[in-house]
Design a protein around this ligand. Structure first.
Ligand SMILES: Nc1ncnc2c1ncn2[C@@H]1O[C@H](COP(=O)(O)OP(=O)(O)OP(=O)(O)O)[C@@H](O)[C@H]1O
Ligand SMILES: [Mg+2]
Length: 484
């Protein structure tokens, strides 16, 4: 695990305008589809209505032509300027059946005699007009009018309907396409403009998510612009709610900061105030021991305990004071410092403190210089070495390695002891975290659980990082601080 401000995961890049899955794309596609469906349906219905009107017109022309007496036409070609030409237009076919013989009045080339015979015998033709395909000339609309001893069949070419219908359909198709295109462009403009506040809102949220809210006074200086927080619109309501949420977060953070400051000040004041009485206790104990040559055994023992415990308490108070100071104003005196020398010194101190452990060193050839507070860095490495000494059995090998890497001085203290208990690994750098009581007693009973908290606080104040990798038989505490 690594203890340092974890970088927030990078925010997702904003989606491409009209990209897959975007709301704008959905809105534009759906609006355009709706407009397309309505326009197509409307065009088809209009075409159908016009078709009906044209067919009715053709049918009334047929009725008029059929009601005229046949004699007016005579035989032979139809004169377009007179008679049937005026009634039926070009292409009129007229068959008159009188006493079993029929006569054909139409353009002579239009209908053969055989065709005419087929038409006369077509029983389907009646008073209601019918559309019939005439070989060689195409579709015709026919009506048959039967009188007492004569019948008349009149036909007009169906192209009188199909020709205008074809142009009408082409025109309607073009207009429909135009309408769809215009609605697509319009919908895109409108949707993009309406969703712009939402894009700004998401940019604001991203800015807030990048703020370092875990430290400092919890001031959140970012708000959604008033124009985008107008409750009259749905997006404005989201903007307004977002601003309320930020107010709330800011208030909560400020309250937390105030109470943390209070606790820190209390711990610092209490530790400070405890130093004087502790110094007095130790002084009086020493005075008592010096003042009398022969002390009864139990008094000597009690005096020894008073000295040892007050010594332990002094260390504890010093640790607490240091932590409280690092919390409130983490200002160390950082200057180019020879880390190699500090590592050498601390390891030789450890060697002197315990001959039961094997103390190995792994140093680079060149001196490593870091921006550090020499006194505090010494304390950090000493704490790690003290842990490797007190929390591992005799015979354990402890190696201290130093290297310069990518702008960092990396110090790693590794041992082949039993490892940091799994249940405290996640919180081992927090204050007062230590293994359960039985293990602590084995380690000599003087454990407070502040050592690694100080390591983490001092290293963070250096702008560095601490990390732990531990399993039974292999534990490594690494710290890295910027090179000088
Ligand atoms: N090298 C190690 N091997 C195994 N356990 C370790 C090692 N270093 C630390 N620990 C465990 O982590 C706990 C926390 O260590 P930390 O240095 O913070 O406190 P401590 O050593 O118990 O007390 P203090 O250092 O304040 O006297 C220890 O109690 C111990 O259980
Ligand atoms: Mg310790």
């Amino acid at each position: 695990m690594t203890l340092s401000a974890l970088p927030a995961p990078p925010p997702a890049p904003p989606p491409a305008p009209m990209g897959r899955g975007t709301l704008s794309r959905q809105l534009v596609v759906r609006t355009t589809a709706l407009v397309a469906a309505v326009t197509v349906a409307l065009s088809l219905l209009t075409a159908l209505a016009i078709f009906q009107v044209l067919q009715n017109q053709l049918d009334s022309k047929l009725q008029v032509a059929a009601s005229r007496p046949g004699v007016r036409y005579g035989q032979g070609p139809i004169d377009d300027d007179n008679g049937p030409g005026d009634l039926g237009g070009a292409g009129l076919i007229r068959l008159d059946l009188i006493n079993g013989t029929w006569s054909l009045s139409s353009a002579p080339e239009a209908v053969t005699k055989d065709e005419a015979a087929t038409l006369v015998n077509n029983t389907a033709l009646g008073h209601d007009p019918k559309t019939v395909a005439v070989e060689g000339v195409g579709l015709y609309r026919f009506v048959r009018v039967d009188r007492q001893n004569s019948s008349t069949i009149v036909g007009l070419p169906y192209t009188e309907i199909t020709t205008p219908m074809a142009s009408l359909l082409v025109m309607a198709g073009l207009l429909t396409l135009g309408a769809i295109l215009v609605s697509y462009i319009g919908a895109r403009r409108v949707v993009e403009r309406s969703l712009r506040p939402l894009t700004r809102l998401s940019a604001t949220a991203t800015q807030v998510s990048n703020l370092p809210l875990d430290s400092g006074e919890g001031h959140v200086p970012i708000r959604v612009a008033p124009g985008d927080a107008n409750p009259a619109s749905e997006v404005g309501q989201v903007g307004l709610a977002f601003n309320h949420m930020l107010d709330n977060v800011e208030n909560a953070l400020a309250a937390r900061h105030r109470s943390e400051t209070k606790v820190r000040r209390f711990v610092a004041d209490a530790s400070h105030e405890l130093r004087n009485p502790l110094a007095s206790i130790r002084g009086y104990a020493e005075l008592t021991r010096r003042g009398s040559d022969e002390l009864p055994a139990d008094t000597a023992h009690a005096l020894g305990r008073i000295e040892a415990e007050s010594e332990r308490m002094s260390v504890l108070v010093q640790d607490l004071l240091l932590l409280a100071r690092l919390d409130s104003e983490p200002t160390l005196e950082l200057e180019p410092t020879d880390v190699t020398e500090i590592v050498l010194n601390t390891v030789s101190d450890a060697r002197a403190a315990s001959a039961d452990h094997t103390w190995a060193l792994d140093l680079p050839d060149d001196v490593v210089m870091a921006r550090a507070d020499a006194h505090r860095l010494h304390q950090v490495i000493a704490n790690l070495l003290a842990n490797a000494r007190t929390h591992t059995p005799p015979g354990t090998r402890v190696e201290t390695a130093l290297r310069a890497e990518d702008g960092w001085a990396v110090i790693a203290v590794s041992d082949n002891g039993p490892g940091v208990p799994a249940e405290i690994q996640d919180s081992v750098f927090e204050r007062f975290t230590r293994a359960d009581a039985s293990r602590v007693r084995q380690a000599g009973g003087s454990s407070t659980g502040l050592g690694l908290a100080i390591v983490a606080a001092v290293v963070n104040a250096h702008g560095g990082q601490v990390s732990l990798d531990s399993r039974p038989g292999g534990t490594t505490f690494s710290i890295r601080i910027p090179l000088a």
